[in-house]
Design a protein around this ligand. Structure first.
Ligand code: C5P
Length: 234
C-alpha cells in the first residue's frame, strides 16, 4: 500500500482568515486541501497560490463546465497556479475534456484532471427532470467512460460506484470519493456515506472529508482516526 496520505480536507470556509486558522491547527499534516467555489470566489487565485507556496497540495474543485476552448484556457490558468488536482464536469462532453487534457499536457507539474460524474444531490427524479432517463449508476458509468476516452486521470463519484469503476477500468483511473464518515460521526447532509475502510477496500484512491475534521475539537486527532480506519484495511 502507498504511504501517501489519502485524505483531501474540504476547506469549506467563507474566507481565508477562517481557512488559515484551520490550516494552522493541522500544521505538519500531509493531507491535501480542497478549495471549492465558496472560498475561491471569496479569495481568488491569490489564496490558492499562497497554499501552494506554503507547500500544500491543492485540489481546486471548481467543477468546470463550458465550451472546450474556455475550459482548456481555465485549466491552463489553474496549471500555472501550481494546483495538484482539479475538477471538470464530465457532462461537458468528450471534446471539452480532451481540450483540457491537451491544453495542459506540456505544462510542467500539470494538475491531475478528475471528472465529476453525477452530483450526489441528483437523484433519479432530478435526473428525469433534466431529461435523463438512465439510473444514476448507469449515468456515472457512462460519464466515467467519456472521461476515460478523453484521457482524463480519473473521476469523482460516491463510494458506491467505485467497485464497478475498478471492475471496468482496473487500477488505471484515480477515484476520488466524498461522503466519508466514521461510524460514530454525524452524517450532516450526506445521505450515501461510507467509512474510510470501505472506501479503501472498494478501491478509492483519495477520500474527501470536510466537517468531521474541520469542525472537530482536535482536527489532527480526527484526521488520525480517519487514517487508522483507511489503513486498517491493509
Ligand atoms: O463536510 P463533508 O465531509 O460532508 O464535505 C464534503 C465535501 O465534499 C464538500 O466540500 C462537498 O462539496 C464535497 N462533495 C460532496 N459530494 C459530492 C461531491 C463533492 O460532498 N458528490
Amino acid at each position: 500500500m502507498s504511504d501517501e496520505n489519502p485524505i483531501i480536507v474540504a476547506l469549506d470556509y467563507p474566507n481565508a482568515k477562517q481557512a488559515n486558522e484551520f490550516i494552522q491547527r493541522i500544521q505538519g499534516s500531509s493531507c491535501k486541501l480542497k478549495v471549492g467555489l465558496e472560498l475561491f470566489i471569496a479569495e481568488g487565485p491569490a489564496f490558492v497560490e499562497q497554499l501552494v507556496v506554503q507547500g500544500h497540495q491543492v485540489f481546486l474543485d471548481l467543477k468546470l463546465h463550458d465550451i472546450p476552448n474556455t475550459v482548456a484556457s481555465a485549466c491552463r490558468s489553474a496549471s500555472s497556479l501550481g494546483v495538484w488536482m482539479m475538477t471538470l464536469h464530465a457532462l461537458g462532453g468528450e471534446a471539452m475534456l480532451r481540450a483540457a487534457r491537451e491544453e495542459i499536457s506540456n505544462s510542467v507539474n500539470a494538475p491531475k484532471l478528475v471528472a465529476v460524474t453525477v452530483l450526489t444531490s441528483m437523484d433519479e427524479n432530478e435526473l428525469k427532470g433534466v431529461g435523463i432517463d438512465s439510473s444514476a449508476k448507469d449515468m456515472v458509468m457512462k460519464l466515467a467512460e467519456v472521461a476515460m476516452n478523453a484521457n482524463i486521470d480519473g473521476m469523482v463519484c460516491s463510494v458506491h460506484e467505485v467497485a464497478a469503476i475498478r471492475k471496468k477500468w482496473g487500477e488505471l483511473p484515480l477515484v476520488v470519493t466524498p461522503g466519508i464518515r466514521l461510524q460514530n460521526d454525524r452524517s450532516h447532509d450526506q445521505s450515501r456515506i461510507a467509512s474510510p475502510k470501505q472506501a479503501h477496500d472498494l478501491g478509492s484512491s483519495y477520500i474527501v472529508v470536510g466537517r468531521p475534521i474541520t469542525q472537530a475539537m482536535n482536527p489532527v486527532e480526527a484526521m488520525n482516526q480517519y487514517l487508522d480506519s483507511w489503513s486498517s484495511s491493509a
